[in-house]
Design a protein. Structure first.
Length: 142
């Protein structure tokens, strides 16, 4: 595995071992396929998912939706997750993309497009769900 350190467009060091591949990209960002997830202690419970593909300066704030919606249960077809090669639920990370606003009380999360990541194989997929119980702009702080 390549352990050569590189620098993201935002100045964060990373190595190939950290990369999570999204083979189909993300809806609206199909050319963005390689990301790293960064945790900054003072930004918790948020994390950053930054694209490390050449020429892509894309960075998303993400959060585990269960941290603010413990009842969140997106209905996903087994075929949708099959491409991630999940063998054990412990391998699966779940995030949603956040739109941070000022004031922070106005920030929202996209509960209709959760990100599923197989941490063992370092592969991810954004799956669009159809469920009227969830919104593209779900308030994080009620």
């Amino acid at each position: 595995m390549d352990t050569t350190q590189k620098i993201t467009s935002s100045g964060v060091p990373w190595t190939e071992e950290q990369v999570i591949r999204f083979p189909a990209g993300l809806p609206g960002f199909e050319n963005a396929r390689k990301f790293i997830i960064m945790s900054v202690p003072e930004h918790q419970p948020f994390h950053w998912m930054e694209c490390v593909d050449e020429g892509n300066n894309i960075r998303f704030a993400i959060i585990n939706p269960l941290s603010f919606r413990p009842d969140y249960q997106p209905k996903i077809k087994k075929e949708e997750l099959a491409s991630l090669g999940i063998m054990d639920s412990k391998e699966l990370l779940l995030y949603v993309i956040v739109t941070l606003r000022t004031p922070l009380m106005e920030s929202t999360a996209n509960l209709m497009g959760p990100l599923f990541i197989n941490i063992r194989q370092k592969v991810g997929k954004q799956i669009i769900i159809e469920n009227d119980a969830y919104s593209l702009r779900e308030r994080i702080i009620p």
